[in-house]
Structures are given as structure tokens and as C-alpha cells.
Write a protein that binds this ligand. Structure first.
Ligand code: FES
Length: 77
């Protein structure tokens, strides 16, 4: 089980987390990972210049791309 916190602050959201969130949701659906992955929305933590940011099980990833997300989610299968 992993928990992915996606920063939903406006900077991260516009810098890519809107698309990243969609990507994560789609990946979970296509790979039947709903029981394995929990998505939560995070608030801005004033690290906007490093955005888009996500935190996976407490580990922070900055300037996240969908390719990185794919690698993270792949490990769940
Ligand atoms: S919007 Fe994500 S850290 Fe500020």
C-alpha cells in the first residue's frame, strides 16, 4: 500500500500536478491498483519553485514528471 500526496496548491497544480493527478488516477484504474494506492491532496508547503511536488510514503519528489510517476507506480505491481 502506498500513499501519494499530490500538492494541490495553485503553483504545483498549474505546473503539472493537475495532469499528474489525472495520470495517477488513470494508471490506478487501468492496472487495478485501487486497493494498493491511496491518493490524497496536499496543501501548499511553500516549496512552489520546486513544483510540481508529490510525496510518496513520506518521500518527497520534486519537479515530477509522468515518467517518474510511472516508475513509482510500477513498483506496486
Ligand atoms: S503549490 Fe505546491 S508547494 Fe506551493
Amino acid at each position: 500500500m502506498i500513499e501519494i500526496k499530490v500538492c494541490m496548491g495553485s503553483a504545483c497544480f498549474l505546473k503539472g500536478n493537475q495532469a499528474n493527478l489525472e495520470y495517477i488516477r488513470k494508471y490506478i484504474e487501468e492496472n487495478n491498483l485501487a486497493a494498493e494506492v491511496k491518493i490524497i491532496g496536499g496543501l501548499c508547503e511553500n516549496k512552489c519553485e520546486q513544483g510540481p511536488r508529490i510525496v510518496v510514503n513520506g518521500k518527497e519528489y520534486i519537479q515530477v514528471t509522468d515518467e517518474q510517476i510511472k516508475q513509482i507506480l510500477k513498483k506496486q505491481k
